[in-house]
Design a protein around this ligand. Structure first.
Ligand SMILES: NC(=O)c1ccc[n+]([C@@H]2O[C@H](COP(=O)([O-])OP(=O)(O)OC[C@H]3O[C@@H](n4cnc5c(N)ncnc54)[C@H](O)[C@@H]3O)[C@@H](O)[C@H]2O)c1
Length: 365
């Protein structure tokens, strides 16, 4: 069976969704919507679908059953809620929303309508990430005890000027925490496999005077079962160096992945230039496998278009989850955790205190 699918947000990452929706056997790609009539028409011509500038009109007249949302962060909620109210399942780009209030409204709308709300975090599908997750699930490091996220990335002024919404609190919702880091924050929470108990954090703008939002943030996380994590995420290193997620276990063994080597890719501007690789593997008796894992992943990387491949896998998981009536790879609830973590860092700096979880939306963040 094929689902009637549509896209909202015909911008840079929108192409990755459109390509997947046009190719996948579970999808009958029928419509594309953008606030700009020109962009909607361009996508419509390119992918052979109907163009729209109004989400509700599209959902109704194209009888959409599943929709991908790839609008700027503060504009995820409105089309997601409209889709849920029209009975369509929703896959939303990261982060779920730019605020907890938006995220909660999306979750409530999906629950009311009985539709799926899923979120993009395509790095979960990277082979070296799956390997880390499988080792943790098999108990090969004991319990995950200490997580480390380290992002030393770069974004230049041209990047922030490329779209009017970038770099501003009102239209981007935040900086590195909201835009670049959600991938690794999601991996951290997924791999630590525990609920957050408390977050302390700081953020700053170190060397991007032309933007309002933070280019750097550091945070400490305490998990319910006593695990800890440190987070340093920045787009201030020129050139971009690396982005890594390492998990150290109670047994003393460690597993880790360099998700991005050099600066992370910019959808529609650059492609994934180097393979994600395991860079740490001290599981007893398996230390020698690190070189083999890297060789396998280099060979796989050479055989795929990594920029599009993992989005396609995630869109496929979303469509198959609907058809199989099972949860998607990344649920709306899991994606809310990332928004809560980001919100807690902002709140911790503002209120000069550790922020206890669970976190509710408030009027100021
Ligand atoms: N998963 C990834 O690797 C990845 C990569 C890049 C971007 N993203 C995410 O995708 C989203 C979009 O990023 P982008 O770089 O493609 O931005 P973009 O500016 O290139 O595209 C956004 C599009 O949304 C359209 N739009 C704005 N408001 C709209 C509305 N109300 N209704 C319909 N269309 C509307 C804009 O006209 C534009 O065409 C963001 O959430 C971003 O974080 C994810």
């Amino acid at each position: 069976m094929r689902l009637r699918t549509a896209l909202v947000g015909c911008g840079k990452v929108g192409h990755l969704h459109a390509r997947a929706l046009a190719r996948l056997p579970e999808s009958q790609f029928v419509a594309a919507c953008d606030a700009s009539a020109e962009r909607a028409a361009d996508f419509a011509a390119r992918y052979g679908v109907a163009p729209f500038t109004d989400v509700r009109t599209m959902l109704r007249s194209a009888k959409v059953q599943a929709v991908c949302i790839a609008t700027p962060h503060p504009l995820h909620a409105a089309p997601a809620i409209a889709a849920a109210e029209a009975g369509a399942h929703v896959l939303v780009e990261k982060p779920l929303a730019a605020s907890l209030a938006d995220g909660d409204a999306m979750l409530a709308a999906a629950a009311r309508a009985g539709v799926m709300l899923a979120a993009v975090s395509q790095r979960r599908l990277f082979e070296p990430v799956r390997r880390v997750r499988a080792a943790i699930a098999a108990g090969q490091i004991g319990r995950p005890a200490l997580g480390v996220v380290a992002m030393f990335n770069w974004r230049d002024e041209a990047y922030y000027r490329s779209d009017p919404w970038r770099g501003k609190w009102a239209t981007e919702g935040g900086g590195v925490l909201v835009n670049q880091a959600p991938h690794q924050l999601d991996l951290l929470c997924w791999l630590m496999d525990d609920a957050i108990a408390e977050v302390s954090g700081y953020w700053a703008n170190l060397n991007h005077p032309t933007i309002e939002v933070e280019d750097t943030a550091v945070a400490l996380v305490r998990f319910r079962q006593g695990g800890l994590a440190s987070i340093t995420v920045s787009v201030s290193q020129k050139p971009g160096l690396f982005t890594k997620v390492h998990i150290h276990g109670t047994s003393g063994a460690s597993v880790g992945v360099e998700t991005d080597s050099g600066p992370s890719f910019i959808a529609g501007v650059s492609s994934v230039a180097a393979p994600p690789l395991n860079d740490l593997w001290t599981v007893p008796g398996e230390e020698h496998l690190l070189a083999q894992f890297q060789a396998e992943d280099r060979a796989h990387f050479a055989a795929i278009d990594a920029t599009a491949h993992y989005h396609e896998l995630q869109v496929r998981d979303f469509l198959q989850a609907i058809l199989e009536r099972r949860p998607p790879l990344v649920t709306g609830e899991e994606a809310r955790t990332v928004v809560a973590l980001i919100t807690a860092v902002y709140r911790s700096q503002r209120e000069r205190r550790p922020i206890p979880f669970p976190l509710a939306a408030d009027m100021t963040s």
